[in-house]
Design a protein around this ligand. Structure first.
Ligand code: FAD
Ligand code: NAD
Length: 475
């Protein structure tokens, strides 16, 4: 007979979302179980954010030499040693891994079970031959790379985010299907490390972002040597000797390696959701803004959750945000709800592309008096000194100065977004940013400059001039 275990809260999936819930619940005194079938740390640590940002850092080092020429400092062409790059990536993962380890979670009082979990009833799962019941379950099972239905794809070897980092090495020509964040980041990183790269995107590059800002990224990718085929679909895939051949309306492109990066699908196949009466959509487990599933004792968070009416929000910080909402709902019985409009995102190309709040078009459509203010990096003295003038900040504001959305492209855009995230979260107006006293010269002054435009028309308008004129006439 299988062992029976009972908990206050049982978390399935030890990735960004599940680990946060389990750590929080155990430290609040709840009897907590954490079930993980794959690697502790999930996608972000093992095959997502951490290895990708580590590879990008190596690629940035390779690009530094080229940037030097603009200042009169010349470097020899970079020598790329892929064995050491792989060791660097593995080293970063290994340095973070203890934080996500079984040992750490057991030391916090969590019962960690290394097995795949499957529902056998509305409040019972089975894992590793044990029956586990809990008052609350949290599903944090993440997502996997989607595989497009392209004839011939199953006849060739192809890479995904799950295999590309361990395969990191010299490649003659990397073909990437998909120009979303994964395609764009990895295309630039590989190109900077000396590999020929072609991206085939059926729509446009980074289609969720402001087209004018994406233009700046597109230009940078092309300067790094990436060939972009936008608005083109792959009709067929075939082997040509050692190469992979992609057919796009008549033309054939040959490459030595193929990376598929066309989006995600939720990891739901193993769970038997029907046994727990949990409703799902093709995009994931259906949740409300409290992250409750159709079974009110079960929550779903992170990449596997689908909140109708919002686009995909597959980010590590979203999984962490969800975890905090679930802790409040499940343990404190507070009706906490997520606010998807506060979710920021950064694509770590160089220059970076960052955004929070409404897009400029959404803001104009939803707020009739909305105005968009823009500040260019080329007008910022720090950007000029660093010769990093390709960038801009756009801010959409309501007629009363309320901040509706911000989008930034440029060096360090992700860091520049932080004060805007704070402003949106706190419901601050543009005056808060315009009033800031900032050190000179910093890139942050570009944000202040964008905000200041809202007041410039009023400050230097006829009314203020009349007032100052009257005051000047006083003795
Ligand atoms: C290449 C790449 C780069 C990325 N870069 C960034 C970035 O820079 N910034 C950012 O914010 N986001 C980034 N992301 C997205 C980020 O990795 C995910 O949004 C995040 O990992 C989602 O966390 P999660 O907890 O929902 O799922 P995961 O981290 O995927 O964890 C889910 C876990 O559940 C386990 N599991 C699944 N089913 C079961 C089951 N039945 N029983 C037991 N265990 C199960 C899995 O093995 C997995 O370990 C990137 C993603 C990729 C692929
Ligand atoms: N910096 C970050 O935060 C970061 C980085 C990487 C990934 N992520 C997360 O991971 C998610 C997945 O990333 P992604 O880039 O795989 O997915 P995505 O859905 O964001 O982009 C996929 C792209 O592939 C294109 N596409 C789909 N089918 C195609 C086909 N048959 N041929 C050509 N193009 C095709 C789509 O038009 C789309 O532009 C992201 O949405 C994001 O949430 C985040």
């Amino acid at each position: 007979m299988s062992e029976a275990l009972s908990f206050d809260i049982c978390v399935i999936g030890a990735g960004s979302g599940g680990l946060s819930v389990a750590a929080g619940a155990a430290q609040l005194g709840a009897r907590t179980a954490l079930i993980e079938g794959g690697k502790m740390g999930g996608d972000c640590l093992n095959v997502g954010c951490v290895p990708s940002k580590s590879l990008i850092a190596a690629a940035d080092a390779a690009a530094t030499g080229r940037r030097g020429a603009a200042f009169g400092v010349d470097f020899p062409a970079p020598m790329v040693d892929w064995t050491r790059i792989r060791a660097h990536i593995d080293g970063v993962i290994a340095a973070i891994a203890p934080h996500d380890s079984v040992e750490r979670f057991e030391s916090l009082g969590v019962r960690v079970i290394r097995a795949w979990a499957k529902f056998v009833g509305p409040n019972t799962v089975e894992a590793d031959g044990r029956r586990i019941t809990a008052k609350r379950f949290v599903l944090a099972v993440g997502s996997s790379p989607a595989v497009p239905n392209i004839p011939g794809l199953d006849t060739v070897p192809y890479l995904t985010n799950e295999t590309i980092f361990e395969a990191a090495g010299p490649m003659r020509h990397l073909l990437i299907v998909g120009g979303g964040p994964i395609g764009a980041e990895l295309a630039q990183a590989h190109a900077r490390l000396g590999i020929a790269v072609t991206v085939i995107e059926q729509g446009r590059l980074l289609s969720r972002d402001d087209p004018a800002l994406v233009d700046v990224v597109r230009e940078a990718l092309q300067q790094d040597g990436v060939t972009l085929q936008e608005g083109r679909a792959v009709k067929r895939v075939a082997r040509r000797g050692d190469d992979v051949a992609l057919t796009l309306d008549g033309e054939e492109i040959l490459g030595s390696h193929l990376l598929v990066a066309v989006g995600r699908r939720p990891n739901l196949d193993r769970l038997d959701l029907a046994a727990a009466r949990i409703a799902r959509s093709p995009r994931g487990i259906l949740v409300d803004r409290r992250l409750r599933t159709s079974n009110r004792r079960i929550f779903a968070i992170g990449d596997c959750a689908d909140l109708p009416g919002t686009g995909p929000l597959a980010f590590t910080h979203v999984a962490g945000y969800h975890a905090g909402i679930v802790i409040r709902n499940a343990l404190f019985r507070l009706p906490a709800r997520i606010d998807p409009s506060l979710v920021p995102r950064v694509t770590y190309t160089d220059p970076e592309l960052a955004a929070v709040g409404l897009s400029m078009d959404e803001a104009k459509a939803r707020f009739p008096g909305c105005k968009v203010f823009e500040s260019l990096f080329r007008d910022n003295d720090r950007a000029r000194a660093a010769r990093a003038t390709e960038g801009l900040i756009r801010v959409a504001a309501a007629a009363n100065g309320g901040i509706l959305g911000v989008a930034i492209v440029g060096r360090g855009a992700g860091e520049l977004l932080a004060p805007w995230c704070l402003a949106l979260r706190q419901g601050l107006k543009l005056s808060a940013m315009a009033d800031l006293l900032l050190p000179y010269p910093t890139l942050g002054e570009a944000s202040k400059r964008a905000a200041g435009q809202y007041y410039a028309a009023r400050l230097f308008g006829a009314g203020t001039r009349r007032l100052v004129g009257a005051l000047l006439r006083l003795p």
